[in-house]
Design a protein around this ligand. Structure first.
Ligand code: F6P
Length: 320
């Protein structure tokens, strides 16, 4: 029987992580399981930076952006002796399991604790990049896309007033998901993503012709993993007939109060993570698959990075 667990948020923060923590804490407390928050991800685990959480300690956190448990990128955790030390600490404190909310690096760390030292873990996908396999989406993606959409829409206003082109760089690491989806949602004229090699001649021809036909604004969304906005500008700015400006959205994409969608998704995942421990179903990630909460082995998740839906790629070619 599971008596005491810990929860951490790790890696790049994503809006909604707090709702997952709140749900896990309240579910655990209701089920008579002691639960501790680990501050600052794996770094805090190594520093034994824990605090006991209860029903009221997670009050009022769901609407907050960021993560109240704070986060870190802990490079040392890539080393096996560090992970061994972490398991010793967890055992010393009599934890029966660990919930990790984070992206692929953080989930890899969790999986290794199980694989190498047989320590029970449950992962929750939290990353704006939406690059984690076997889940339709991750905590924070919806809020991030809304932030991108609102900001790009604002750029479109000023672009129209001045008859300008804007090259907008968005995050996503190696994935073009944020660029593709925010491009579709804002009716961008072009999207540049790492999944499709860019043909600058073809692109400039298209934008030039649209300009000649009377278009007064032009939005090009570029994924950071494909090229920097400056590189794109160097290739196209003198060939498209618009005065051109660059905007890098940056970390604004990771902040902000989570949308209703992210709050609900994160709450379902936090609840399900505790249930998974109760069922002894560990070394799994809580996933959203076709609207349902599922538990997928972490090994499978990590072996299959998520690609972009080819239909979305096909669609942007028609709609942009
Ligand atoms: O993985 C989330 C993410 O925001 C990526 O999109 C981005 O490349 C990276 O993290 C930035 O990391 P940091 O906050 O460490 O600069």
């Amino acid at each position: 029987m599971i008596k005491k667990i810990a929860i951490m948020t790790s890696g790049g923060d994503s809006p909604g992580m707090n709702a997952a923590v709140r749900a896990a804490v309240r579910t655990a407390v209701t089920e008579g399981i002691e639960i501790y928050g680990i501050n600052r991800g794996y770094s805090g685990l190594l520093d034994e930076d824990f605090s006991k959480m209860d029903y009221s300690s997670v009050g009022g956190i769901m609407e907050r952006g960021g993560t109240v448990l704070r986060s870190s990128r802990c490079k040392e955790f890539q080393l096996k002796p560090t992970r061994e030390n972490a398991v010793d600490i967890l055992k010393e404190h009599e934890f029966d399991g660990l919930i990790v909310v984070g992206g692929d690096g953080s989930l890899t760390g969790a999986h290794l604790l199980n694989e190498e030292f047989d320590f029970p873990v449950v992962g929750i996908p939290g990353s704006i990049d939406n690059d984690i396999g076997y889940t339709d989406t991750c905590i924070g993606v919806d809020t991030c896309l809304n932030t991108c959409m609102e900001n790009i829409q604002k750029l479109k206003d000023t672009a129209s007033s001045h008859e300008r082109a804007f090259i907008v760089e968005v995050m996503g690491r190696g994935s073009g998901y944020i660029a593709l989806c925010s491009g579709i949602a804002t009716g961008a004229e072009a999207v540049i993503i790492p999944e499709i090699p860019v043909d600058y001649d073809k692109l400039t021809d298209k934008l030039w012709h649209e300009r000649q036909r009377g278009k007064i604004n032009c939005i090009i969304v570029v994924a950071e993993g494909a090229a920097s906005a400056y590189t794109v500008a160097r290739h196209i700015e003198h060939r498209i007939g618009y005065d051109t400006r660059i905007t890098i959205l940056g970390h604004v994409q990771r902040g902000g109060s989570p949308t209703a969608y992210d709050r609900l998704l994160a709450s379902r995942m936090g609840y399900e993570a505790v249930k998974a421990f109760q069922d002894n179903d560990t070394d799994v990630m809580i996933s959203l698959i076709s609207g349902r909460m599922e538990r997928v082995p972490l090994g499978d998740v990590l072996a299959n990075k998520k690609g972009l839906d080819p239909k979305l790629i096909e669609m942007i070619k028609i709609l942009s």
